[in-house]
Design a protein. Structure first.
Length: 249
């Protein structure tokens, strides 16, 4: 599971080189060193998330098709094939909803919101295309391992143990989905701060829109599988990339 998330972290490491070079204390370091500086913390977090998910997900009835196969619980390929359309549908629906709300935010607060959730700070086709590896490898895969497989699983397990119930209830699962979705929104703030000042409007917009998407991905993890949540997250970014290309063309 850990290896599944490494390409996404590598993509982030490459994209963060120039950002790290702007820090005075790192300005003279070679690109390779900056790359490893950029990936060191995410690699540790990914390792912890994968350990937590692998240990706890089966105990709280959260599914990973890959984990099931790796541990010898062979499942028919048709099972995941049936989940894929659900993941795609949720991802597209989440993207359309967030884009609609984002459009409303930019109409109400045009001065505060100089960027959109679709384009970020990109104003060229090259800029949009350059972000594709980060969007799909890190966003679609690594973030799901971190936020759903690791964090959401831990929240479910922790609340379940505290309540002492026989099994995690639907209400418990929704609480865990919402908590992990809010955290999903909060972790996007540092990246947003590179594009715009973190005014109250920017913070609310960033957290709200990503929370909405995170609820959809969390529901997919609960009701389908981790891999279906990844499909949903990737589908979400497919729409954003298409819209981004249209806006900057």
């Amino acid at each position: 599971m850990f290896l599944l998330g490494v390409p996404g972290i590598a993509a982030v490491g490459i994209s963060s080189i120039e950002t790290l070079r702007q820090l005075p204390e790192l300005a003279d370091l070679p690109a390779v060193t900056l790359f490893f500086v950029g990936i060191s913390q995410p690699l540790v977090l990914l390792a912890v998330a994968c350990l937590v998910g692998t240990a706890l997900a089966p105990r709280v009835n959260l599914q990973s098709r890959l984990l099931a196969r790796l541990t010898g619980r062979i499942q028919p390929p048709s099972l995941f094939a049936e989940e894929v359309p659900i993941g795609v549908g949720v991802g597209i629906a989440a993207s359309l909803l967030t884009l609609t709300l984002d459009f409303g935010f930019t109409l109400l607060f045009p001065v505060d919101l100089l960027t959109t959730i679709a384009t970020g700070a990109n104003n060229s086709i090259f800029g949009v295309l350059a972000e594709i590896p980060v969007r799909f490898l890190y966003g679609g895969i690594t973030e799901e391992l971190l936020l759903r497989y690791g964090f959401m699983t831990l929240v479910v397990w922790g609340i379940w143990k505290l309540t002492g119930s026989e099994r995690p209830s639907d209400r418990l699962m929704w609480v865990a989905i919402f908590v992990s979705a809010v955290v999903f929104g909060l972790v996007h703030l540092p990246a947003m701060s590179l594009n715009a000042p973190l005014t109250a409007v920017v913070v609310v917009r960033t957290v709200l829109l990503n929370t909405i998407a995170g609820v959809g991905f969390g529901w997919l993890y609960w009701r389908q599988s981790l891999e279906t949540a990844m499909v949903g997250h990737a589908s979400f970014h497919v729409v954003l990339v298409i819209v981004s290309l249209v806006l900057v063309a």
